[in-house]
Each structure stands twice: as structure tokens, then as C-alpha cells.
Design a protein around this ligand. Sequence first.
Ligand SMILES: Cc1cc2nc3c(=O)[nH]c(=O)nc-3n(C[C@H](O)[C@H](O)[C@H](O)COP(=O)(O)OP(=O)(O)OC[C@H]3O[C@@H](n4cnc5c(N)ncnc54)[C@H](O)[C@@H]3O)c2cc1C
Length: 439
Amino acid sequence: MQKLSKNTEKFDAIVIGSGPAGATSAYTLASQGYSVLLLEKVEFPRFHIGESMVPYIVEIFEKIGILDRLESEGFVRKLGVDISLSSGELGRANFADLAAGQKPYAFNLERCRFDKILLENAEEAGVRLLQRAEVKDLILDGDRIVGVEYKYQQQNYQAMSPFVIDASGRAGIVAKHFKLRKMNPKLRNVAIFQQFDNASEENNPAIEGDLIVGFHPDGWMWQIPLDDKTISVGAVVPQTTFKTGSPQEIFDAHLSRLPRLKARVQGATPVFEKLKTELDFCYHSERFAGLGYFLVGDAACFVDPQFSGGVYLGMLSGMKAAEAIADIFQGKDEQKAFIDYENFCKTGYDSYYRLIYAFYSCENYNVLKLFQSFPGGYKFMLQTMCGDLWGEPDQPVLSYLRSQEQWATFEEPFETVYGCPVYPNAGYKVADEAADSLC
Ligand SMILES: Cc1cc2nc3c(=O)[nH]c(=O)nc-3n(C[C@H](O)[C@H](O)[C@H](O)COP(=O)(O)OP(=O)(O)OC[C@H]3O[C@@H](n4cnc5c(N)ncnc54)[C@H](O)[C@@H]3O)c2cc1C
């Protein structure tokens, strides 16, 4: 790291925002010996919604060295997804049915604790972290981003770098600067949520640790056990419904339409004084990388949380962006690195988006029923929703999703990247004779 002047320093990479995507990018680069400045606007721990994980993320936790810590700190293991419809129909996605060699569980992670662990892990790898350091502007040389201006302890600073990773989540500093963000007019929901304490396991109709989701014709709800007595509970409703009453009225009405979920919080006490609300509006950026920048996680793309993939995609894109930068430092052609990264991200986010469209377009949101009608459908659906969004062209669920032209996310064509980065050689294959045996 070279000192330029009193308030200007130079780094191999600068990361804006230390959520899961930013912390993972910063860790990945620093652990390879690169100098990284990680700037975070607020001080951790901080509340963040998004506590339910997909199983494939566990392999990433292992790769970045935090799995043992998550296990020892008692985060809840999630073994499956318990699904109920207001009609009374029940279903379950069981992670034990994942292919041999894949970790058959995920976690429910209280984000204020989890995000801080990621941050500490990045710092231990050598990342220079500044909290309460808000990026105010980008520094450009012609068309290229070459640094950032930020405010820290009432003073303005500049930091310079060949690469800025934007992991600022919804703030989307780079995407907004270049007007890259496109809001999705079709997926405009609002989430209303609360945490409940003193919830009794005796009232749990599901397997301990399972994410419970309930669907009815006007929306859906989640229940995520965060420890043995605290549950995160949320309702996702169309924007039009949100305008019809107070958040409390809407939340209560949705809960009473799903008796299994209502019973689960019987006698439990709300933690937040008021329900929290957050726009679930989906958006994406057409570019994921360009001169001097990479977009990762929600700074690039946000997709409805139904399948719990936001943190997974954030960490994976964060890791891939860091690897792309390291490749460039090792001599890879920069434009090629941008395009490869973009194709990888577009393949993943596009598949994930399509899963969401399938969900919202199914009768009673019964996506399980839709895919169960495919040969081997349950297993391939499980594999897709657990994290393999890069499956081969003959994977029946992904091939169906990709064939639906009306569900395309990106306007510009991109090259589909095949091969899941988490389990490159594992997973169910169409050729497997066993592929149908569970259906
Ligand atoms: C209602 C709802 C439910 C969800 N449920 C789930 C779920 O169950 N599972 C799941 O995996 N995902 C879920 N998600 C999505 C998940 O929360 C996000 O995908 C994930 O947090 C993205 O991580 P990130 O690192 O990209 O962004 P974030 O976690 O948002 O981090 C961005 C960071 O950037 C910082 N920042 C912003 N501006 C600046 C600035 N100018 N200077 C410096 N720092 C800045 C912010 O303070 C923040 O810490 C849900 C989302 C919503 C809205």
C-alpha cells in the first residue's frame, strides 16, 4: 500500500460495503496477499433481514474458513423446507435428498451475528476495514473508476485503486452512477416482518430447524427459527395489497390465513416495537463489470427472497469478482475477465429469477407440484433451489425455466456458463439411472 498524500491512499482493491458480498470479496483478495480497503457506512453488528440460507452456501463457509465457527456458535441447522398451502396441502423439501457428497443441511443465521463474523474473518485475513466510513463519490479518470471519496470521522478522504468492488447492496453506488439499474415492473412486493421471542418448540408442527413457508392466493409467509425460542416471521404481499391497511392489520390477516404458521407463534412475544417493512422490488444491472469496477450481491441484482438465495448469490459473486481481479493481476486480459464474470453472474441470477417467476405463476404458488411432473423433477428442483443454478442444458428443471422466453431477465444476450462452482462434479445427472428413483 503506497501513501499518496495525507488523506489519499492506494490499494489493490477497494470494496464498498461489508455485507456478505463485500466481506467475501475482501477476504478472498486479502487471503491471496492483495491490499484491500473495505469501507462500511455503519458500525456492525447491525440488523439485516435475510436469515434463511440454501445448503450450497455451507461449502462456501468451509472454503472461507468460518464453518467451524458457525457450528460452534450454535447457529440453527436447517434440514429442509416445510411448505403449507392455505388449502391445507402440505409438502417438504428435504435436504437429505441432495446428491451424495453434498452437504445435506443449511443454516438459519441471525444476520447481525453472522455478518460480523464474516467481517472479522476478512479483517483476520488482512483487510483494512473502516466502519462508519461512507463512500460519497467515485473518482473517475475518463471512463474508468480509479478510486472513491469517503467520509470518516468528519473528514474527507480519497482512496485509489485499479478496481472498486461495489458491494453496497441496494444503495448500488456504481450502478446508480452509470444508470445501470433496471427495476423489474413485474415483481413488486413488500415484506412485513417481526421477530418473536419465547416461541415454544411444542407448537412447532415442522421438523426442528426447518424453514416454514406458507402460501395463500394473495401472498406468502416465512418462519425462520433463529434459536430455540426466537423466530423470524414475515409476510410478502403485492404492493397493491400493502396499500389496503396498516402493516399490523395486513400481517395479522395473512397469518390467520395460514393456521399452521399461526399456531407456531402461539404465546410468543414480538421483539420489535413495530413491525418492520421493506420493499422487495426486484432489479438488476445489465453490466456486472466494467472499467475499474465489479458489482457484487445486491449492488448488482436483487431477486425476490422466496428461495433464500440472496446471501448465497452475494457471497458467490463476491468471491468470483475477487478471483477475476486476481486473474487480471496475474495477467489475464481485463476485458475477457469482465465478460467471463458477467456471464457467470448472469447465468446464476437469470436462473434464480426464472425460479421465482415459475413460483409466482403457479396455481397456489405450488411450484413443487409443477416440477414433480417432470422426470426426476423433485431431485432436480431440489438441486436447483439449493444452489445449482448453472446446470447443464439437459437438466430438466433448468431447461424448462430457460425455455420460457417471457422470463428472460437481461436484455442483452449472454453466454450461459455451465458447471456449478460449488459442486462442479457432483449432483444428479439426467443420465443417472437413479435420477427418477425418489419421485
Ligand atoms: C424481505 C427480505 C427477505 C430476505 N430473505 C432472505 C433470506 O431468507 N435468505 C437470503 O439469503 N437472502 C434474503 N434476502 C436477501 C439478502 O438480504 C440480500 O441478498 C443480502 O443481504 C445481500 O448482501 P449484500 O452484501 O449484497 O448487501 P447488504 O447485506 O445489504 O450489504 C450492503 C452494505 O453496504 C453498506 N453501504 C451502503 N452504502 C454504502 C456507502 N455509501 N458507503 C459504505 N458502505 C455502504 C451498507 O451499510 C451494508 O452494510 C432477503 C431480502 C429481503 C428484502
